[in-house]
Write a protein of this length. Structure first.
Length: 342
């Protein structure tokens, strides 16, 4: 009897260890078989649809390959926008994964902004300490808190919620940006990827006179305090703020985006103790269109057999509306061609 139990236990442990997630406890995706993606499989059907590149491996060299697949060439001073992660427990992209691309390939500076919710990254001193402790100072040509010296204003063109977006004053110091995002669920937005990184990620924190983060979360009602707004207005504000960043960067020509789909928790990296992922890692995706990129990631979650938990998080926050509004205001395309690379 003991030997049988041991064999069963060993088999269970092996099943868990074959993936980086606790696959035994994965929640099925009810819509996986019927969900209609936005992938345009016939390239002749919609030649204007942007390309999203997918590589299944999640390795440093695969990250470089995904970036190069876009054909983008970074020019001048390059910033890489990542999340430094709230705590060691959070699922931020590990420096060992991104070093080859950020430092060796691009010789880039990692850029960040302070938070608006307190925590370990709400001010310059504490945020720099987190960046150092998490190893980001070792894998780039510098680390820049863009709102360390104040904020600057970006106009929002075509927006219905925001007229202005507030980012750190150092934002203007860069010629090109790589938006390097960990795709995952999010407590407020439903999911977080390139659009969240472009909007809330670049927005100034509460450490300056006008907080872009509070502006987005309140749909333009306040830049100094947390103010409630309807959920859809918040989602629309994220799309509009992200568009203002891309508009400023040569109408998007100064931006390239990469999403890493690993550690797919329902919670964001800003959560110090996120829920443990219960679905498998998917891969690395890259595109010149952040809307298409996030849509492709959402589609991969919905069509995954074990994506039920993240799907629930997205739907409970109406997260798809961010993509709907982005496309409506002329910021990118939800339709895309998916090209898998090896």
């Amino acid at each position: 009897m003991k030997k049988s139990l041991l064999k069963i236990t060993a088999a269970l442990l092996l099943a868990v260890s074959t993936d980086s997630t606790t696959a035994l406890f994965a929640k099925p995706t009810p819509k996986a078989q019927t969900y209609k993606t936005h992938e345009v499989e016939d390239s002749s059907a919609d030649k204007s649809a942007p390309v999203v590149y997918l590589i299944r491996e999640i390795l440093p060299e695969a990250l470089v390959k995904a970036y190069k697949a876009t054909g983008y060439t970074a020019k001048g001073k390059t910033g890489v926008k990542v999340s430094t992660g709230e705590s060691e427990n959070s699922n931020y992209l590990r420096p060992a994964l991104i070093k080859n691309l950020v430092k060796d390939e691009l010789n880039a500076t990692i850029v960040e902004c302070n938070t608006a919710y307190g925590g370990n990254r709400s001010n310059n001193i504490d945020h720099m300490k987190i960046a150092r402790d998490h190893g980001f100072l070792d894998v780039a040509n510098g680390f820049d808190l863009q709102d360390a010296d104040g904020y600057m204003t970006l106009p929002v063109k075509g927006g219905v919620r925001l007229k202005e977006n507030y980012v750190g004053t150092h934002f203007k110091d860069y010629d090109t940006y790589l938006i390097l995002s960990h795709f995952k669920g999010h407590a407020m937005g439903g999911f977080g990827g390139a659009i969240k990184n472009l909007s809330i990620g670049f927005a100034s924190g509460m450490s300056v006179a006008k907080s872009g983060k509070l502006n987005i979360h309140s749909a333009g009602r306040s830049v100094t305090s947390w103010t409630h707004c309807p959920q859809d207005e918040f989602l629309e504000s994220m799309a509009e703020a992200a568009k203002s960043v891309c508009d400023y960067m040569q109408n998007g020509k100064g931006i390239v985006c990469v999403n890493v789909m690993n550690r797919l928790s329902v919670d964001c990296d800003c959560d110090a103790n996120p829920a443990e992922p219960d679905m498998h890692d998917i891969g690395i995706l890259a595109s010149l269109d952040p809307v298409a990129l996030d849509q492709a990631c959402v589609d991969l979650i919905y069509t995954a057999k074990d994506g039920g938990s993240v799907v629930e998080r997205i739907e409970s926050r109406n997260g798809i509306h961010t993509l709907e509004h982005a496309e409506k205001i002329g910021f990118g395309s939800r339709n895309y061609h998916l090209v898998e690379i090896k």
